[in-house]
Write a protein that binds this ligand. Structure first.
Ligand code: PAF
Length: 284
């Protein structure tokens, strides 16, 4: 595995890939890798000749007062994992390498960025879209892999790639869960044992909702109130929002039908956790 920190070194690797006519799979991450990330890397490895992973804790997607300075990191372990998986190039740039100052350009995606996570974190998705656009430009044509756990992020990035004509195929991959349903997230590291147990209320409530939808309930109001009840029973969990939307436009719906997505966000101790489900599929 090549470990590089400079954009020019990524370009050199990409030039070699082009000469060899190798297809490229890209997995952008913020590090502190878990099985959710490694499942993306494994899929990228299966579907492409060469794989690039990136680790960059992107300051632009954290607002003042969020967890940028305490975001969990373990670069040495991440490097070994990428090596073990067979990543060909790992790009770990510094902030200075990624952003020349002052930063005057940013990416906005109308309609998709202001609701749900965007309502609580107004600058977040512009920061995500800007760094991902930069990575897409640095790497060029590729298949890029993102987890469905960050459902809104996936829609923002897919829409950006389409609207800005990036030669990048954006691929969403299923959320990886622990055996009790908790969606894997680097922020789970913030949870105490008790909070970790309480956090399963998110996936549990989504699974109950899915079962009710599959049994014929189509009213979003009814399903949302069942989820609120389930979450409120858990004293350590504070619900931020539960919304039922059309999956790709993220427009709120009243009647649930195929293509719907239920999204939830909650605070558990120091951690802000998110999860989502296709109610016709459920938490698997
Ligand atoms: O999902 C993440 O880890 C980040 O938002 C991403 C896509 C790597 C951009 O910084």
């Amino acid at each position: 595995m090549r470990l590089v920190t400079q954009v020019s070194e990524v370009h050199e690797f990409i030039d070699e890939c082009r000469v060899q006519k190798s297809t490229v799979g890209l997995v952008p991450t913020m590090g502190f890798l878990h099985e959710g990330h490694t499942s993306l890397m494994q899929r990228a490895g299966k579907e492409n000749d060469k794989t690039i992973a990136t680790i960059f804790v992107n300051p632009l997607q954290f607002a003042a007062g969020e967890d940028l300075s305490s975001y969990p990191q373990n670069l040495e372990k991440d490097i070994s994992e990428c090596e073990a998986i067979g990543i060909d190039l790992l790009f770990t740039p510094s902030s200075e390498e990624m952003y020349s100052q002052p930063i005057l350009t940013s990416v906005q995606i109308d309609q998709l960025m202001n609701s749900l996570e965007g309502a609580s974190r107004p600058t977040h998705f512009s920061g995500v879209a800007t760094v991902v656009a930069k990575l897409f430009n640095i790497v060029g044509p590729c298949n890029a892999y993102f987890g469905e756990k960050d459902w809104q992020q996936l829609q923002v990035i897919s829409t950006m790639a389409r609207d800005l004509s990036f030669r990048v195929k954006v691929l969403g991959c299923p959320t990886v869960r622990q055996s009790d349903g908790l969606a894997l997230s680097s922020r789970n590291a913030y949870l105490s044992l008790e909070e970790r147990k309480a956090a399963t209320a998110l996936s549990r409530s989504l699974q109950i909702a899915s079962e009710n939808v599959q049994a014929g309930e189509t009213s979003a109001v009814v399903i949302k109130s069942q989820i609120v009840d389930e979450i409120t029973d858990e004293a350590l969990v504070t619900l931020d929002y539960v919304e039922i939307v059309e999956g790709s436009s993220l427009i709120t719906i009243d009647q649930i039908s195929k293509g719907a997505r239920i999204l939830i966000a909650a605070k558990v101790g120091k951690a802000r956790l998110i999860d989502n489900v296709d109610p016709y599929f459920g938490i698997k």
